[in-house]
Design a binder for this molecule. Sequence first.
Ligand SMILES: Cc1ncc(COP(=O)(O)O)c(C=O)c1O
Length: 408
Amino acid sequence: MRHEKFFSCAADKRRDDLNYRASISVERIPGRFPYATWHSPEGPRDVVVWCSNDQLGMSQHPKVVGAMVQTVLHAGAGAGGARDTCGTNRMLLDLEAEIADLHRKQAAMLFTSGYIANAAGLSAVARLVPRCLVISDEHNHHSMIEGISKSGCKKRIWRHNDLEHLEQILREERGRPALIAFESIYAISGDVAPIRQICDLARRFGAITYLNEANAVGICGAGGAGMAEREGLASRIDIIEGTLAQAYGCLGGYIAGRAVLVDALRTHAPGYAFTNALPPPLCAASLAAIRHLKESSWECERLAQNAATLRAGLIKAGLPVRPGQEHIISLAVGDIAMARAMCNALLSDFSLHLRPAGHSAAARDTAYLRILPSSHHDKTMLTALVNALAEVWRRFEPSWSYQPDAAE
Ligand SMILES: Cc1ncc(COP(=O)(O)O)c(C=O)c1O
């Protein structure tokens, strides 16, 4: 192929700066979550997964699978078109209504993923506000960063969870319409945003609030409505963004807010309009997952218990656990190459699957091991993970320790 060297150089550059992403092939086993089959070089082997977003096991729940199977039989596999051609189906409209009801917002609109909801939705919101300044937490997810840069609006980054810095920026930019973009539970660290104080600042300075609840919906708050709901603050958030691919175990993303906003976004977000709609079977499955978690609490209670037990066990074993109380647990390693080697050892020597994570492609010296417990891990699995991590820590001796952020 002509120009091949550009691509090989790009991949080599990622290898050199240790940011090359290599996936391993794992098949999750229906009915046996959190077990999966790893296709190791020596052949297939059962492993316990500790890095799945499916933290409540919803992707394999009989109601969710049943809704998908039934719908595929009577409506087919795909949506057959974009939203304003023939892709708007009954299931999809029901799902949008269910999401609006979940967040007690006037309306909701679906995107094909949470990533697209942020990349297309956030950028359109910002573009629609004249002279909009977007103020973004420095640890915001890549999809939000992309949405903000695509908007072409002026952007200022505030130090992670640092309210004084946020206030300083709002003061400096007083007089300009501002949109504060942040997450409720941060994806890499599991840190929780000071939502109430951010809402207070937004009210004082007349700013719009855009909250990414991807890591909280389905898990936190009454009926799984998220962290803002849990804190009694949902009505003070202007725009809630979420995903159907994590706690709900399916695929898709959404934005919920006032009807007038959703109405405008439907014609101003190209990433919503110029793509095929979510297929009916996926909408039916998500609908079943949301409805189930609105009623059932054992999954979230078990997840909370497992996360607390694991966190306590890791701390007792002397491992550098990033402080927090939520269901994402991060261990500070530092060097990304070492973090990868530790994960490889956990997989090959202990049959445990977890992955390293960092805040940006450039953060090669601030890598974490990110653990996602689930409602389906049992006590034996929790103990086995703590023991294996302690052993791997002894073997590799990572030197970096958790450094509190300025705001903490
Ligand atoms: C905070 C956050 N936002 C957005 C996304 C993207 O969601 P999706 O996987 O539905 O594209 C993720 C996914 O991990 C996330 O953690």
